[in-house]
Design a binder for this molecule. Structure first.
Ligand code: ZN
Length: 134
């Protein structure tokens, strides 16, 4: 079976495929349904029901889940990483400026520290809760 890639909403890696006889197309008995669910945030992929073949229903549900747009999650992770890097480099630069007594350059690094802190704390908090297992 094809592997499920992480949840497009929370990034959790424990998404599960739920499938079996279709309960929505009863009394027509021999149809199947399949849908991927995220156990962490409750997101669900496209539900395929009324399928004649269980394997095909599974394949379609997995393909739809894996094809979901993950752009926002990827961009947020990248911006969080940049804010963290700017903070680290600026902190080091500010400390060096204290040592060499360069107040002007020190003020620039201090602004970068404040800016990356203000941007980084909510982003890292979001990332922390997104990655936390329920
Ligand atoms: Zn999720």
């Amino acid at each position: 079976m094809t592997t499920l890639i992480p949840c497009p909403f929370c990034g959790d890696e424990d998404a599960t495929l739920k499938s079996g006889p279709c309960i929505f197309t009863r009394p027509k008995p021999a149809t199947f349904m399949a849908q991927v669910h995220c156990a962490h945030c409750g997101a669900a992929g496209t539900r395929f029901c009324g399928e004649d073949n269980l394997a095909n229903a599974n394949k379609k549900a997995i393909a739809a889940w894996n094809a979901a747009d993950r752009t926002v999650a990827t961009i947020l992770a990248r911006v969080t990483s940049i804010a963290r890097d700017v903070f680290s480099v600026s902190l080091a630069g500010w400390i060096i400026c204290l040592i060499i007594s360069d107040a002007d350059l020190g003020a620039t690094f201090r602004s970068l520290i404040i800016g990356s802190f203000i941007a980084g704390v909510p982003l890292m908090t979001y990332e922390h809760y997104r990655n936390r297992k329920a």
